[in-house]
Write a protein that binds this ligand. Structure first.
Ligand code: GAL
Length: 806
């Protein structure tokens, strides 16, 4: 009986909820049914232009990733070596009846770049910075029947970003409908103060747009729900006089016994803000909320909710490897899962505001975030970069980043810029003060930093401004030790570190001699090999950087180093330093572009997590008699013993600051086996066998069930094995994919930085035994079969089921 009553209640609530929604705010995807043309057609802005012959597609879309690698492409290898140019998007739509009486806005999460947008031939505006989110109101230009949005995207002026930017409407587009009285765009700011384990004060600032300049009164209610949907706090302010076009309402409330947000328990509350005009609900708006407190201390480093926590971060550019810059939530989630598994707890959004979904994921998955605005200010890094727009746009772009992002509990630090050239001259002082002020006007709950390279404090004008809350240092790990002496009382974070160069599965000996590639800023780089690969023994780095171990050894020693952001978590497209063409993606990642970990991944995992790790490398296919350095990263053990074909080669234990152990072994084919032990008990055993010839394919899907939402992905790893099932470490077989069912292959890759094969294809050569196919669902439930074949190899098949989305 009780159950039935509850059901009826639930149904009623649902109906009322839906109605309330249909009466107030509607926020829906506007990604479907766009038309696309690569090239410039000025007439396409007018609504009567015929785009019948244009390609039909859904957003997000990145046209660069579909193109061919070519040294002649203006973006150069540094920009990824893919085409850029000008293109147009158009969408013809009829406003549904339930939206016709409302105010209508179109929101773009990001268009790279220089977007110009028209509605029915009327220019709504331009937005140069391709990493900013923005919106336009459409209401007064809309008509009954068909309307046309036209978007011109101009990414032709190159070189621009110092990495691959992608081109097009590469992030989501939304349509929002509101009443005349409504919460403004990014109009809520929920912050916390006086947070402890027993209580938290919540501050709600709500900006309400009174479009028609109506007179009268409104009531505003802010309700807080926990993750289970239980109401835990509420505040209502009645009789707010509408005497302006923008009304700001400040409220506060408290939550007792809050469940604190942390990296291990990212508990999220939700704030529901309701605006009433008389009895009528005129707006209903949700804001995420995480209740946490943190502190940076000059001597003791970082604490989250009162507990010491080293910030173990990685820098990430925004591309998603073979998918390019086109936003895909599952692809971002997979990157974060891989990072989380390694033990990372923080992300730096190098060097620009990310897609909003990345921040949602960081909130949900428990990552701390340093949200970064710019890679340059008024002084350029590249000829055609954002410095050209600086004067006109920087205030708006910076403010918009903070307004958009300030409700994310994951964000703890704002960065106003990376390696900004104004740090070297006196103009930096006033500019830093100005930028910090713009941030602080909108949010005083986080720290502001800038990632600096000028290490002489007297010559660093950004530092000299005195406006930064925390000193952000890039590289220079040898300066960590004396930082407190040189900068007394100054808080410190290593905003960027390392720049080690590694190619998965490639090894150059001796493993303990460290190569700096390039040697310095002047000498031409000549040390590379014909394979365009960098050794994965963690023995190659850029001259301004270090190996992974060199920096981590320093960073872990000192509490005053509140944390670090390793350059980079994943390889990214562009900046293939130090190799020339055909290298076209970076070598800096701890994980390669396809998402396959390089060896250093396990060094971090052994240090940054408590889960037992024993990682043995390299592969075991060498010339007989060659002396091979065998490394192991391990933790949770006192010693590791190595055996070759059953014969012990001795035990090793990390000494002092060691982060790995090593044996020099005269190669003979067979089985290399490592056993880690703690107090004489076996912790882990790892074996590597000499592999024979490629004989078969193995397919491993990261998920064999995905959702039928047209976006969801299964990442299928292809392994080339010998007859006994060993990975063949030098296999480069060409693999052909066949996909049956309602799905597409969204991209293929093998993680090799100098491969010029296309990412949009149904084939890929393996690189050092591995490649990847990314399967994307359509909107239909059903079964998928991916088959991989290769000449002379036994083929493989994986089944993936696509489930309907409720
Ligand atoms: C840094 C820079 C990064 C990247 C890196 C490569 O100086 O901030 O964007 O270029 O070098 O080592």
């Amino acid at each position: 009986m009780m159950l039935r009553k509850n059901l009826v209640l639930l149904l009623l609530m649902l109906i009322v909820g839906v109605r309330a929604n249909s009466q107030s705010r509607i926020h829906q995807s506007f990604n479907q049914d766009w038309k696309f043309f690569l090239g410039d057609v000025t007439a396409a802005k007018s609504s009567d232009f015929s785009d019948l012959s244009w390609r039909k597609l859904s957003l997000p879309h990145d046209w660069s990733i579909e193109g061919k690698f070519d040294l002649k492409n203006p973006a150069k290898p540094e920009g990824g070596g893919l085409p850029t140019g000008v293109a147009w998007y158009r969408k013809t739509f009829t406003l549904p009846a339930n939206l016709q009486q409302k105010n209508i806005f179109i929101e773009f999460d990001g268009v790279y770049k220089n977007s110009e947008i028209w509605i029915n031939g009327h220019l709504l505006g331009k937005r140069p910075y391709g990493y900013s989110s923005f919106n336009y109101e459409l209401t007064k230009y809309l008509k009954p029947g068909e309307n046309v949005i036209a978007v011109r995207v101009d990414n032709s002026a190159q070189p621009d970003s110092r990495w691959y930017s992608g081109s097009g409407i590469y992030r989501n587009v939304w349509l929002t409908a509101t009443e005349n009285i409504a919460i403004d765009h990014w109009g809520t700011f929920v912050s916390t103060s006086a947070v402890s384990k027993t209580t938290a004060k919540l501050n709600f600032k709500t900006e309400i747009r009174n479009k028609a300049g109506l007179k009268g009164e409104i009531d505003v209610q802010s309700q807080v729900y926990d993750a289970k949907g239980k109401l835990v706090a509420a505040v209502r302010t009645d009789h707010i006089t509408l005497n302006d076009t923008l009304v700001t309402v400040a409220q506060s409330s408290t939550v007792d016994q809050p469940e604190l947000w942390s990296v291990n328990n990212p508990h999220l509350y939700k704030v529901v803000t309701k605006v009433f005009s008389g009895k009528r609900l005129v707006d209903n708006y949700e804001t995420p909320l995480g209740i946490r407190y943190f502190n940076f201390d000059a001597a003791k480093g970082f604490t989250l909710n009162g507990e010491y926590l080293k910030i173990l971060g990685v820098c990430m550019h925004h591309d998603l490897g073979a998918l390019g810059a086109a936003v895909n939530v599952r692809a971002m989630e997979r990157q974060l899962e891989i990072m989380k598994d390694m033990g990372a707890n923080a992300i730096r959004t190098a060097h620009n505001p990310p897609a909003p979904e990345l921040l949602d994921l960081c909130d949900k998955m428990g990552f701390l975030v340093m949200d970064e605005a710019f890679d340059m200010w008024a002084k350029k890094k590249n000829k055609q970069d954002y410095h050209l727009n600086w004067n006109e746009w920087h205030v708006r772009d910076l403010q918009d980043m903070v307004k958009r992002d300030r409700n994310h509990p994951s964000i703890i630090v704002w960065s106003i810029g990376n390696e900004i050239r104004e740090q070297f001259d006196s103009t930096g002082v006033a500019m830093t003060k100005e930028l910090v002020k713009f941030v602080k006007d909108l949010d005083t709950t986080r720290l502001v930093t800038s990632a600096l390279t000028e290490t002489d404090a007297k010559k660093n004008f950004i530092y000299q401004s005195g406006a930064l809350d925390i000193y952000g240092l890039n590289y220079n790990h040898k300066l960590y030790k004396d930082f407190p002496k040189n900068y007394p009382g100054q808080k410190f974070i290593a905003t960027e570190t390392t720049s080690s160069l590694d190619t998965r599965g490639f090894y150059e000996m001796p493993s303990d001699s460290i190569r700096r590639w390039p040697k310095d800023g002047k000498t031409k780089f000549t040390e590379g090999n014909a394979e365009f690969a960098a050794s994965s023994y963690d023995n190659v780095s850029a001259y301004w950087g270090s190996t992974h171990e060199e920096t981590w050894r320093e960073a872990k020693k000192y509490d005053h180093v509140s944390g670090l952001f390793v350059w980079t978590g994943f390889d990214y497209l562009g900046e293939p330093l130090p190799y020339p063409w055909p290298a076209r993606s970076s070598y800096f990642g701890i994980v390669d572009l396809a998402g396959f970990p390089k060896d250093a991944y396990y060094m971090y995992q052994s240090e940054w997590t408590n889960k037992p790790v024993l990682h043995l490398f390299p592969h075991w296919n060498w010339t007989v008699g060659k002396m091979v350095d065998v490394w192991a990263y391990y933790n949770n053990a006192d010693e590791v013993e190595l055996f070759l074909n059953g014969k012990s080669l001795g035990k090793r234990t990390k000494q002092g600051e060691d982060l790995h152990v090593v044996w020099s072994v005269k190669y003979e084919p067979g089985t290399l086996k490592a056993i880690s032990k703690k107090n004489g008990q076996v912790v882990l055993v790892k074996e590597i066998n000499t592999a024979g010839k490629p004989a078969k394919i193995e397919l491993l899907a990261d998920r064999t069930q995905i959702g039928a939402d047209g976006k969801d992905l299964s990442f299928v790893t292809v392994r080339i094995l010998d007859a006994q099932g060993n990975l063949v470490p030098d296999a480069d077989n060409l693999v052909q994919f066949k996909l049956e069912g309602e799905a597409t292959i969204a991209g293929v890759d093998n993680g090799f930085q100098a491969s010029l094969e296309p990412f949009k294809a149904d084939y890929r050569k393996a690189y050092r035994g591995l490649c990847l196919a990314i399967v994307q669902a359509k909107n239909k439930a059903g079964k998928l079969k991916l088959t991989a074949t290769s000449a002379g190899l036994k083929s493989a098949l994986v089944s993936i089921s696509v489930k309907g989305i409720k």
